[in-house]
Design a protein around this ligand. Structure first.
Ligand code: 4AD
Ligand code: MG
Length: 477
């Protein structure tokens, strides 16, 4: 007999039809009521056994965490809170779970504790709701771009250069680290390494992405990226996923519009397609908020925050305007910021970004035209000779969710920046080549996938929105 997923059977008219369900026991009450979850939905199915229909031994084995295969009749549920239930006709235990030892009890566990049992935490309501939503967002990313004629390009994970300079890199090598081959100066000889050169895990697919934008016009990447920075925050991972569209013939304003369209599309997709999970996560976030001090609570609940982003324009603001606002802000005058804003040209910290978004404008902000000194070499220089056509999208509760720019398409200007910033000109030969052969104005950005999932699910810590988080000191599982 074929198995029916719980998500599907909840839509059926209950008419006593025979159905097979397979899943894991969440709770078992009164030797009669089994709440079964198979992960297809946040909702459990109640399976009801006739009293005394099961032998003593089977009853004992129906424990939280055990895996069951149940056949029964689907009937309207007399109980509140569910439309249907399954009247059990036969029950088989596929996998026992020792109730004494199973770490997940039918009670609230802290997210910190759940991180230590990441192999089992997917069986909780919270993590399963987050991961189903994560899936929906990944699907929606591909749908958004496909519908607009973008091509999905897979850029390499092992790369030869650290041209981007986005962060410290993880080395990739097959040399014997205890006894590496050395050259006549005593330096490690990477010519003998697997690739015949030094290699690293990529921090971004952008530079390779640009090569395809200058051939296929509109492309995007969606893959894992790696940064070996020692950032122990709720918004940083050492391994995270990034979506990087790159478009020929787009200027910085087209770029900002695409970023806005993408974010609004994704959030709306979640509202339209993840209702059950978001409703649960909304309640969860409310409870978490209640335990925070008043001034740290957000004014809107999760669902209202999501609707707000879909329905409201993002505030566009130049870096120079932002500095003026921040200089004259209360926390700056009262020296409440950890980093005080005293002059044009300083990099903005997350406290400043959050002030602009959460206190001043109370909506998402797109900051653009940053000082060239604090941005990457490939960003297009503006006529003022001071700023580059960079943009960051800042979101409430998250801070920077997107970073991007118009790219420098003029060979001489790009070469000059490469030299000024002491970058390895030789390694960048192919990137510079793009500006020699049919160069075109083009732009792109990177959306941090986990930061998006944090925003959509209302989870406070980025470690809870990726199945197996990688961060300093942690690579278990
Ligand atoms: O601002 P970033 O470093 O930009 C780039 O890598 C560009 N090459 C993107 C491009 O123009 N194609 O990173 C982009 C986004 C950030 O806005 C943030 O959302 C996310 O990636 N991000 C991280 N997410 C989790 N953990 C980290 N350590 C992250 N670093 C960046
Ligand atoms: Mg950035």
């Amino acid at each position: 007999m074929k198995r029916t997923k719980i998500k599907e059977l909840l839509h059926l008219q209950p008419a006593g039809q025979t159905i097979k369900v397979q899943g894991w026991v969440r709770t078992f009450r009164n030797n009669q009521f089994i709440a079964v979850n198979d992960g297809s939905t946040i909702l459990n199915l109640q399976a009801v056994t006739a009293l005394d229909s099961l032998d003593e031994n089977t009853l004992k084995r129906i424990t939280t965490g055990a895996c069951l295969s149940i056949v029964g009749e689907l009937i309207p549920s007399p109980a509140k809170g569910q439309a249907v239930e399954l009247k059990v006709t036969s029950l088989e235990i596929l996998g026992d779970s020792d109730a004494e030892k199973f770490p997940l009890q039918p009670k609230k566990h802290s997210l910190e504790f759940l991180r230590e049992i990441a192999h089992l935490r997917a069986r909780t309501n919270t993590i399963s709701a987050v991961m189903r939503t994560r899936h929906a967002m990944a699907f929606a990313v591909h749908k958004f771009f496909n519908d607009r004629g973008f091509f999905y390009i897979n850029t390499p994970i092992v790369t030869g250069s650290d041209a981007e300079g986005a962060g410290d890199m993880f080395r990739v090598t097959t040399l014997d680290i205890n006894n590496p081959p050395r050259d006549e100066h005593g330096h490690i000889n990477h010519k003998e390494d697997f690739f015949g050169r030094e290699t690293n895990l990529t921090v971004s697919g952008q530079l390779e992405g640009e090569t395809y934008a200058l051939a296929l016009s509109d492309i995007y990447t969606f893959g894992p990226t790696f940064r070996a920075e020692n950032s122990n925050t709720t918004r940083h991972l050492a391994e995270f996923w990034m979506i990087e569209p790159e478009m020929a013939f787009y200027d910085i304003h087209d770029n900002m519009q695409l970023a806005t369209d993408l974010l609004q599309y994704l959030v709306k997709y979640a509202l339209d397609n993840c209702a059950d999970d978001l409703e649960f996560l909304n309640k969860r976030a409310l409870e978490e908020e209640a335990s925070k001090p008043q001034e740290q609570r957000s004014e809107l609940g999760l669902l209202d925050r999501l609707k707000f982003v879909v329905e409201n324009e993002f505030q566009k603001l130049s870096y120079t305007e932002a500095i003026e606002i921040l200089k004259n802000s209360n926390p700056n005058k009262k020296k409440k910021f950890q980093y005080l804003i005293d002059q044009w040209g300083v990099d903005l910290q997350s406290e400043h970004e959050r002030y602009l978004v959460e206190k001043h404008f109370k909506k998402p902000v797109i900051l653009y035209n940053y000082p060239k000194g604090i941005k990457a070499f490939y960003m297009r220089q503006n006529e003022d000779d001071k700023t580059v056509a960079a943009m960051d999208v800042l979101f409430p509760g998250i801070g920077e969710i997107i970073g991007g720019s118009q790219r420098e398409e003029r060979y001489e200007n790009l070469l000059q920046r490469v030299r000024e910033m002491n970058l390895p000109e030789k390694e960048l030969w192919w990137y510079l080549d793009l500006r020699k052969f049919g160069s075109a104005p083009h732009s792109g950005f990177g959306l941090g996938f986990e930061r998006l999932i944090q925003f959509v699910t209302g989870m406070t810590n980025i470690r809870d929105v990726i199945p197996f988080p990688r961060f300093p000191g942690n690579a278990e599982f």
